[in-house]
Design a protein around this ligand. Structure first.
Ligand SMILES: N[C@@H](CCC(=O)N[C@@H](CS)C(=O)NCC(=O)O)C(=O)O
Length: 220
């Protein structure tokens, strides 16, 4: 399998696709392409010519099969290796995990716009919009519920590492980058994510990348 991803420093959807590939336990090759740079339009055109993707990363190739979109990639891999690697076994927990992942995939526009992922930076913001504050409160509420109701089996949202953690991992990096103050339980969860072996690996690679996307550097 081959996974095409964008800049590790900035591409939150790529991080989700890559964590899903890691969680599958299957071996895969990765190809990092610099998004939004001079080459990006040409790379996008090339990607569009050979398959029906959206021209966005991540994209997974599995032989002749092409799967674009982080959530589709996660589900495709879950079909291959077994749902239990990604989703909680218990129905109530699984329902909540699925809803949380769907909400991340389709929502939080203000947070995404105002606090772009930028792993290697630490940026003190003068203030946040009301919408972004609401997004943050909503996320912290969901984390609290998941941890309290279903998290007793380990340090992650539903105990063991899974789809919900994969989808909220880029939020953890945003909270770190922009110094968002969070309650103790969320701090502990964020540390568990930050210290996860795969996150450490991704973050190191992000630190070493030299590409800069100016529009994501403007926050603050
Ligand atoms: N819904 C898609 C979103 C993918 C996406 O927006 N990827 C961004 C990078 S994080 C991208 O490719 N941006 C470049 C562009 O839109 O030209 C997913 O879940 O994979």
């Amino acid at each position: 399998m081959k996974l095409i991803i964008g800049n590790k420093n900035y591409s939150s959807w790529s991080l989700r696709g890559w964590l899903a590939a890691k969680q599958s336990g299957l071996s895969f090759e990765e190809l990092t392409v610099p998004i939004m740079g001079e080459e990006w339009d040409r790379i996008k055109q090339d990607m569009g010519e050979v398959q029906p993707s959206s021209g966005k990363v991540p994209i997974l190739w599995d032989g002749e099969t092409v799967v674009w979109d982080s959530l589709a990639i996660l589900e495709y891999l879950a079909d291959k290796v077994g749902r239990e690697r990604f989703w909680p076994r218990a129905e109530a927990a699984r329902g909540m995990a699925r809803a949380m992942v769907a909400e991340m995939h389709s929502g939080y526009q203000a947070l995404r716009r105002e606090l772009p992922m930028n792993i290697r930076r630490r940026i003190a913001l003068p203030g946040l919009s009301d919408q972004t504050r609401q997004d943050i409160v909503r996320i912290l509420t969901l984390w609290a519920e998941a941890r309290a109701r279903h998290g007793s089996g380990g340090p992650y949202l539903f105990g063991t590492f899974g789809a919900a953690d994969i989808f909220y991992a880029p939020v953890v990096t945003r909270f770190v980058t922009y110094g968002i103050a969070v309650p103790g339980f969320a701090q502990a969860y964020m540390e568990a994510i930050w210290e996860h072996e795969w996150m450490q690996h991704w973050n190191r690679a992000a630190e070493e990348e030299e590409w800069v996307i100016e529009q994501y550097e403007l926050a603050g």
